[in-house]
Structures are given as structure tokens and as C-alpha cells.
Design a protein around this ligand. Structure first.
Ligand code: THU
Length: 161
């Protein structure tokens, strides 16, 4: 199996590795994280997407007293990006978390639902989406949504006989 993950990189070293656009993307994901509506979990998640033409779209997790109504930061950003800019490709997505209650030792990876959504957009646009996970100490880069969900459900399965 090909190597999927680039090693965790200390955040201080990231300054030299990341492009200006990527630094901007991280900063927008952090801003989004601060705007999360997460009064039930107290677990804030922020996500920012870089589209073609250097357009950024961000989102945070949005919870509700009726728990299942809530939605993750990644899908908030993805659906917003694809609603507003349906023709633009998604180049990169950055995800970060913040919580006063939970330890934030490792950068958090997207849940299964968000992986499925990311993957369908990746397949549709015929080019990979880079995924960056980060916290205050480390970041890691995953080269493609497919690497996060190798055995996925795709629209081909819905082709009628
Ligand atoms: N959450 C996200 O926003 N993204 C993920 O990938 C995992 C979990 C949110 C959902 C919920 O509001 C809170 O984090 C705790 O699960």
C-alpha cells in the first residue's frame, strides 16, 4: 500500500513548509473554529476550503438541542462552497479543533460522513483534494480524500440495470 500520510510536522517548522495560501487557509480554519456553535459538546471544529481562483470558504460545526440536527464543520464548509461555487474545484481543505474540556493532543481527522462527502466531490472533479489537519502543535497533510476512505460507496453503485 502506498504511503498515505506525510509525517506529523511541528507547527514551528510549518512556517517554512507552507505556502502563503496554505498559511491563509490555516488562519481561516482557526477563525471558523472560534465561530463554532457547539454548546452541547464544547468541541469546536473549524474548516476552511481553498477553491480555484484563490477563493476561500469556511465553516464550523453547528449543533442543536435536537442532537442529530447538528452538522460537522467540514460539511458546513463543503456544502457552502459547492452551493456558492458549483463549478470551481476544491483544491485543499484545512481542519482544526479547539476545546476547553477535551485534550487536543493530535490533530483531529474528519468523521466518516465528511469523508464520504469529500470523496464524492473529489471523484466528480477528477482531481485530488489535499486535506490538512492541524492543532497548535502539529499538522499533517493527506494527499487525497480517497486515502481516507479506500472502500467507499460511489454513485456507480446507484446505476440501474
Ligand atoms: N465534528 C466536526 O465538526 N467534524 C468532525 O470531523 C468530527 C466531529 C463535530 C460534531 C460535533 O458538533 C462535535 O464535533 C463533537 O462530535
Amino acid at each position: 500500500m502506498k504511503e498515505v500520510l506525510i509525517k506529523y510536522i511541528e507547527k514551528d517548522r510549518a512556517e517554512n513548509i507552507l505556502t502563503d495560501l496554505e498559511k491563509n487557509l490555516f488562519s481561516k480554519a482557526s477563525d471558523a473554529c472560534n465561530k463554532a456553535y457547539a454548546p452541547y459538546s464544547n468541541f469546536n471544529v473549524g474548516s476552511s476550503i481553498l477553491l480555484e481562483n484563490d477563493i476561500f470558504v469556511s465553516g464550523s460545526n453547528q449543533e442543536n438541542a435536537s442532537f442529530p440536527c447538528g452538522i460537522c464543520a467540514e460539511r458546513t464548509a463543503l456544502f457552502s462552497a459547492k452551493s456558492n461555487y458549483p463549478k470551481l474545484k476544491i483544491l485543499k481543505i484545512a481542519i482544526t479543533t479547539k476545546s476547553k474540556e477535551f485534550k487536543n493532543i493530535e490533530p483531529v481527522a474528519p468523521c466518516g460522513l465528511c469523508r464520504q462527502v469529500l470523496l464524492e466531490y473529489e471523484i466528480k472533479q477528477k482531481s485530488t483534494i489535499e486535506i490538512y489537519l492541524f492543532n497548535t502543535k502539529k499538522f499533517l497533510k493527506i494527499s487525497s480524500a480517497k486515502d481516507l476512505l479506500p472502500f467507499y460507496f460511489s454513485e456507480e453503485r446507484l446505476m440501474r440495470k
